[in-house]
Design a protein around this ligand. Structure first.
Ligand SMILES: Nc1nc2c(ncn2[C@@H]2O[C@H](COP(=O)(O)OP(=O)(O)OP(=O)(O)O)[C@@H](O)[C@H]2O)c(=O)[nH]1
Ligand SMILES: [Mg+2]
Ligand SMILES: [Zn+2]
Ligand SMILES: [Zn+2]
Length: 233
């Protein structure tokens, strides 16, 4: 469980976490790896999206996953079927991944592989709409998912996740005919929190919107790689 007892303690906690995130980021930039942090409430479809993404981008990018869950390797095992290395991190009572946990994962990766062989590291965070957005892990971009069964009001009620996101995937669009769901209202609520975020409605089931998502991923990896080459000279 993640509890904050006072503001000073929270500042120290986030400060220590930021130092670890900077450490992780320096490894990613040294190795030429892009890191994306996938965040959502439990069950919004992070692993389902990763399954499609690992399969469809397998020839375009060399990928690796750090899979965060409080307990079990259920999601890690789902993703291992796609032939990519998956490092499972169990957070125990903690409801988010912090930079130190991810640091453990990337040093494990380094011990087993040549990390420069990878283009893209996916971090699937613990299902939680609140604190994963506060704890940077060294990622280059935050990708938030919100499924349409959760309600259009969620960006207003849980603002930090939506303010911090670089890309927001509106998931499970195939269920829209069964729900009283208003896409324009949701997008309007998101824009109030974050006018610049890239918003992509998707369905991992029907594959609606996935081409646009894959294009966003490939463009970001390419841009970040160019930046990494510039800062390495
Ligand atoms: N109809 C529909 N169901 C989906 C879609 N994506 C995921 N699901 C279902 O939603 C449930 C949760 O999906 P997961 O991919 O496990 O969600 P998650 O965000 O990884 O969940 P946690 O890791 O537990 O937080 C599963 O039953 C999926 O089959 C989708 O696009 N459409
Ligand atoms: Mg999952
Ligand atoms: Zn290190
Ligand atoms: Zn937490």
């Amino acid at each position: 469980m993640h509890q904050t007892f006072d503001a000073a303690l929270e500042i120290n906690l986030l400060h220590a976490n930021q130092a670890g995130a900077d450490h992780n980021r320096s490894h990613f930039d040294e190795w030429g790896i892009t890191c994306f942090n996938l965040m959502s409430s439990p069950g919004a479809g992070k692993t389902a999206l990763l399954e499609k993404t690992l399969h469809c981008l397998r020839y375009a990018l060399n990928m690796v996953v750090i899979e965060g869950d409080m307990t079990t390797e259920l999601d890690a095992d789902r993703l291992r079927q796609y032939g990519v290395p998956v490092i499972a991190i169990n957070t125990g009572r903690s409801c988010h991944l912090d930079s130190k946990m991810v640091s453990g994962g990337i040093h494990q990766l380094k011990a087993q592989y040549n990390p420069s062989d990878f283009d893209l590291l996916w971090v699937e965070n613990v299902g939680n709409l609140v604190c994963p957005a506060e704890f940077e892990v060294g990622e280059h971009a935050k990708v938030a998912l919100l499924s349409i069964t959760e309600g259009e009001d969620k960006p207003l009620k849980y603002p930090v996740m939506f303010q911090e996101a670089d890309c927001l995937l509106i998931t499970k669009m195939d269920l829209a005919p069964h729900l009283d769901f208003d896409l324009d209202k949701l997008i309007n609520n998101v824009r109030q929190m974050n006018p610049d975020v890239t918003i992509i409605p998707v369905s991992s089931k029907t594959e609606m919107g996935l081409d646009q998502w894959f294009t966003w991923v490939k463009n970001q990896v390419s841009l970040i790689h160019q930046h990494q080459q510039l800062i390495s000279v």
